[in-house]
Design a protein around this ligand. Structure first.
Ligand code: DGP
Length: 114
């Protein structure tokens, strides 16, 4: 999508601190980190949010959670645990309308979030 910041980051048109990239996914450090480790895991395909997942995205969704999350958690040394957040839509606090999974760690998380 032409006017999407995460599409531009995924395409390398806008700089980011990438920590992972393969054919279908990119992960980079959040501009405004909420924890010592705060990475955004983003599919390269423009999907607005999880409510817009299609049947054809099942492999992509599995890849994110089965392959990418555990790999990054290990590389970032989040052995004590971490939090995944997927803000979805206005009420969910989503500000960038390109699906992304926040991977947060490196400190004790509180619950509930604000
Ligand atoms: P959300 O509220 O779930 O839509 O989170 C969007 C996150 O994206 C927010 O934590 C800040 C981050 N962000 C927004 N624009 C940029 C950017 O241009 N680069 C990077 N690295 N992060 C961004």
């Amino acid at each position: 999508m032409t006017d999407c910041i995460f599409c531009k980051i995924a395409a390398g048109e806008v700089p980011s601190q990438k920590v992972f990239e393969d054919d279908s996914v990119v992960a980079f450090r959040d501009l405004s980190p909420k924890a010592p480790q705060h990475v955004l895991i983003v599919p390269k395909k423009h999907i607005a949010n999880v409510a817009q997942f299609q049947a054809e995205d099942k492999d992509l969704a599995a890849h994110i959670f089965v392959d990418v999350v555990p790999k990054l958690a290990k590389e970032l040394k989040l052995d004590g645990g971490f939090r995944l957040v997927i803000n979805t839509g206005d009420d969910g606090g989503q500000t960038v309308n390109h699906l992304h999974v926040h991977l947060l760690g490196g400190r004790k998380m509180t619950w509930p979030p604000g």
